[in-house]
Design a protein around this ligand. Structure first.
Ligand code: MG
Ligand code: ZN
Length: 227
């Protein structure tokens, strides 16, 4: 038993080390990086499509698409006319920093302001594997139920931003905004929450503005490598 636990902590430690190297690389290039997580079906790819449409004219961006087996999501993002790199985990339930390091070889990093990494759909282990990102963003759709934050607290503890997606469907569900927001505030009082609907467009502009302001803030911060 003990041995097994040590193996897992070694893997996490190796990932943390590589994540730090990636962070230094991203900082040196001035690229703002988002690790985008959420359950399968939470609407991550749809949110990305809308976000790309909204900011691609102002922000030089690329996407890394993590997927179990297919390139369906990558094709949807590619159709928006921005660079996309696909990682197939072949059943693996999360992305790690070595996968990101490999995927980066296909991207022109000198020409980027923003990199969004769509993680494998899973509310459990992706939050344990840092990918050199600036922020973790979680999509939670109201059709999944308001008990998700309290059932998967680590994901919400480690995130900076949560998107309450499919907000247009709220009245057709038992989802209680009070319960969900109450739990979220208890787990992580600093977490930013955006209500969003890909169907009506609610919240897309606000999300885009938030991300643009984060990109600008990163540019004016002294780089980690120069400290
Ligand atoms: Mg997707
Ligand atoms: Zn996993």
């Amino acid at each position: 038993m003990t041995k097994q636990i040590e193996v897992v902590s070694d893997i996490l430690q190796a990932n943390d080390q590589l994540s730090l190297e990636l962070k230094l690389l991203f900082d040196s290039k001035g690229i703002f990086v988002i690790n985008f997580m959420g359950s399968p079906g939470a609407g991550k790819t749809s949110i990305l499509e809308k976000l790309v449409q909204t900011i691609k004219s102002e922000v030089k961006m690329a996407v890394i698409e993590g997927d179990l087996y297919t390139s369906k999501d990558a094709q949807r993002i590619e159709a928006q006319g921005i660079p996309v790199t696909q990682i197939n985990t072949c059943g693996g339930c999360h992305l790690d920093s070595s996968m990101i390091q490999q995927a980066l070889t296909a991207l022109a990093l000198d020409d980027l302001d923003l990199l969004i990494i769509e993680n494998v759909g899973n509310l459990v282990c992706p939050s344990s594997y840092d990918l050199g990102e600036d922020i973790k963003m979680v999509a939670l759709s109201v059709t999944e139920g308001d008990d998700k934050p309290i059932k998967y607290p680590a994901m919400f503890q480690r995130a900076q931003l949560v998107i309450l997606n499919k907000i247009d469907l709220l009245e057709y569900t038992n989802f209680s905004l009070d319960h969900a927001l109450g739990d979220i505030k208890t787990i992580n009082p600093a977490l930013e929450v955006f209500n969003l609907s890909c169907r009506t467009g609610e919240g897309i502009i606000e999300l885009a503005q938030y991300i643009s302001s984060q990109i600008a803030a990163k540019r004016t911060r002294p780089q980690t490598t120069e400290r």
